[in-house]
Design a protein around this ligand. Structure first.
Ligand code: LAN
Length: 733
């Protein structure tokens, strides 16, 4: 994203730690980065290739023989990627890119007096300076986004807390942008919230986040337990903090920030007028009339919330639920935002010396990553997801039988065995959780949340590993596989699809109450084609090996799911993907899933339309490239360049759909192969993932998983022809 000129200037202001001193500790999927300052220890604990790779240090990887075929390219790809498998069997990788997570963390550390390690301080500064928009110096909602008030105001605050001077050129540049956009006064609600916690914004300037909602009877359609899991998890501690108007003690830095963040003197701001003042550049979901009306009523209530005596009860109830979440997730939390807010709540309720505070503090490390400087990830990793997909890809690419890959696959199976969740949450009904026995989470067993497609994909991976390969032990018993199947079967939505974590609990109109202007479709669960396909594929693979277990139900669930998949195809033939970018992502899932039921280009109008849609998006160079803007716009928007990940998805979709013409597929494969480096690796390209319609997130392992899979699959289907450019070159010599 940077032009070389800008980078040079910016880099001259920042420094980095001694990168050779970073180490990654791994245990049961947990990954934490440590800066080792002791020379003796540094010597005794040599830096591994995994550490060097993620930090961006040069590797001594060997140059591999130039691949002549797709299969050889897949082999080379895995030869490289295999080196990134951690000692406990998982593939370490980040899930990073959102730019609103570090601010919550650093503000929280500041107000709860958690010391910021010097190595973090230096590396966070480096990360933020590197990620600033090279033109205007601001930050957006994610690393590739245009500058917004949310991103710019909050990351400005982070850099100030970390010690950059207001006269520092980086700060001057970003402050000018912030002021041009209107200043922090027009931050979206989540921004106003964090600024109010820091006491550089007034709680009066926020629309109510009334914790009493938790006291409503459960049948009320807008009881928070009906919200989507992440929304509910965030609004719980938010309500606690807002309800008590917790805020930092004023320090000289806070006084200065009050002057720097606004275009008018702090004391003259009319806070109640600021509540609905949201910058145009930040706005994705404007407030609805219904939300405005609710805010009006709640604002009256918030004038004297202690009057009816409900506030104390609501705070107590909120804190009990916070405790449940912490205990059930081993203080990790469902994701980064609620995790960090809990630290403030615990600090206030139990104090800095309490055991809970120590445990919550320790778990912050699970979210901190060291690539390109230090950042905070959206979750405590993507361990299960990446490992399960890698196992499937290696199998499908025909690489799992190669004896040199046996140990890697056994290790992957051992990790998936360890990572399966072996219990239900404590008092699930009390804390509005579903059962989790037999599930897989996205990251680790300790995080403990059932995700439909993480469970589906892991089940599929385990079946591939245990059943298809002759050399792997049967680590996961039939009983445990059946537990996963039971969970999946009980999670189908009324429309036949599968949602992300739970069945939809609330009515659609709740979306009108979405108070987070920066996101769309966050209030309730929805069915997603990707999740649906992952589940249905796994259930049918399971049935092949265990034909006697709940067979009729699996058939029935599949049938309903197929109807759902047919129904949600767009007019133009595409499927909208909500977790990867975007139409190419969903197409791969749907076509691979419908392939199981014999639907192909020849016999299915749905597949034909799907393939034709993809073909119409192929670029001149043979690749596909989808911009993250596709997700917000909900219509296919080309990235200016082809991307290996989009290309792999598209090619896998076309092959699953049995597209009759090999040529476009071959051209896609050649694009993937042409981007491969002599070491077998692929470089990071544009951001691959998305969530909540408007935010994007990186899945750095996708550039290995899906490329290897596509290359191997192509080799299998088309008899592994010699690459034409090699043929030409060979003919010449
Ligand atoms: C993820 C990452 C994985 C993703 C898939 C498994 C790919 C998807 O199919 C289901 C949903 C899930 C698990 C998912 C949900 C939302 C997450 C956890 C994330 C996109 C990673 C980060 C994001 C989380 C909500 C970020 C924190 C921000 C908030 C707005 C709370």
């Amino acid at each position: 994203m940077h032009s070389p000129g800008t980078k040079q200037i910016v880099n001259s202001y920042i420094r980095s730690t001694d990168l050779s001193k970073w180490r990654l500790k791994v245990k049961h999927g947990r990954q934490t980065w440590h800066y080792i300052d002791d020379d003796e220890e540094v010597k005794n604990w040599p830096q591994s290739i995994i550490e060097k790779y993620w930090i961006g240090l040069p590797l001594e990887s060997k140059t591999l023989a130039k691949p002549r075929t797709a299969f050889e390219a897949a082999q080379n790809g895995f030869e490289f990627y295999k080196q990134l498998q951690a000692s406990d069997g998982h593939w370490s990788g980040a899930c990073e890119g959102p730019m609103f997570l570090l601010p919550g963390l650093i503000i929280t550390m500041y107000i709860t007096h958690i010391p910021i390690p010097e190595a973090w301080r230096i590396e966070i500064i480096r990360y933020l300076v590197n990620k600033a928009n090279p033109v205007d110096g601001g930050w957006g909602l994610h690393i590739e986004h245009h500058s917004t008030v949310f991103g710019t105001a909050l990351n400005y605050v982070v850099l100030r807390i970390l010690g950059l001077d207001p006269d520092h050129p980086v700060m001057i540049k970003s402050r000018i942008t912030l002021h041009k956009l209107g200043g922090a006064i027009c931050a979206p609600t989540w921004g106003k919230f964090w600024l109010a916690c820091l006491n550089v914004y007034d709680w009066e300037g926020l629309n109510p986040i009334t914790p009493e909602l938790w006291l409503l009877p459960h049948f009320v359609p807008f009881h928070p337990s009906r919200f989507w899991i992440h929304t509910r998890a965030v609004y719980l501690p938010m309500g606690y903090i807002y309800g008590l108007r917790l805020t930092a003690e004023v320090t000289p830095l806070i006084e200065q920030l009050r002057q720097e963040l606004y275009v008018q003197p702090f004391d003259t701001i009319n806070w109640s007028r600021a509540r609905n003042n949201i910058a145009e550049v930040d706005l994705y979901t404007p407030h609805s009339k219904l939300l405005k009306f609710c805010n009006f009523i709640l604002n009256i209530y918030e004038k004297s919330p202690y009057f009816l005596g409900l506030r104390e009860v609501a705070i107590q109830e909120s804190y009990e639920l916070i405790k449940y979440e912490d205990e059930n997730t081993d203080y990790i939390g469902v994701a980064a935002v609620n995790k960090i807010m809990h630290v403030i709540c615990i600090y206030h309720e139990e104090g800095p010396d309490s055991e809970s505070f120590k445990l919550a503090k320790e778990r912050i490390n699970d979210f901190m990553l060291a690539p390109e400087g230090m950042l905070m990830a959206g979750s405590d990793g993507a361990q299960v997801w990446d490992t399960a997909f890698t196992a499937i890809a290696v199998n499908e690419a025909g690489l799992a039988d190669d004896p040199s890959n046996h140990q890697s696959m056994i290790n992957a199976l051992e990790f998936l065995d360890d990572a399966q969740i072996k219990k239900n949450p404590k008092d699930p009904e009390r804390c509005y959780r579903d059962n989790t026995l037999g599930a897989w989470a996205f990251s680790t067993r300790q995080q403990g949340y059932f995700v439909t497609d993480c469970t589906g994909t892991s089940l599929e991976a385990v079946l591939n590993l245990q059943k298809k390969l002759g050399y792997t032990p049967d680590l996961i018993s039939k009983e445990r596989l059946c537990q996963a199947v039971d969970l999946l079967l009980s999670n189908q939505g009324v429309d036949g699809g599968f949602a992300s974590y739970e069945r939809t609990r609330g009515p659609k109109f709740l979306e009108w109450l979405n108070p987070a202007e920066i996101f769309g479709n966050i209030m309730i669960e929805y069915s997603y084609p990707e999740c649906t396909c992952s589940v249905v594929t796994a259930l049918n693979t399971f049935q092949k090996w265990y034909p006697d277990y709940r067979a009729a139900e699996i058939r029935q669930v599949s049938k309903k799911a197929i109807t759902y998949l047919h129904n949600v195809q767009d007019e133009n033939g595409g499927w909208y993907g909500s977790w990867g970018i975007c139409y190419t992502y969903a197409a791969m899932f749907v076509m691979q899933c419908l392939e199981i039921f014999g639907e192909t280009y020849e016999n299915s109008e749905v597949i034909k339309k799907g393939c034709d849609f993809l073909i119409s998006k192929q670029k001149d160079d043979g690749g596909w490239g989808e911009s993250y803007k596709t997700c917000e716009a909900m219509t296919y928007i080309h990235h200016e360049n082809s991307q290996v990940v989009n290309t792999a998805w598209a090619v896998l979709a076309l092959m699953a759909g049995k597209y009759p013409n090999e040529e476009p597929i071959r051209r896609g494969i050649q694009l993937i192969a042409s981007r491969q480096l002599p070491t077998g690796e692929w470089k990071q390209e544009a951001i691959e993932g998305t969530f909540n319609k408007n935010c994007a997130v990186r899945y750095p392992n996708y550039k290995y998983i899906f490329t290897i899979w596509a290359l191997g699959k192509y080799a299998e289907i088309y008899n592994n022809p010699i690459f034409s450019w090699r043929k030409e070159r060979m003919a010449k010599t």
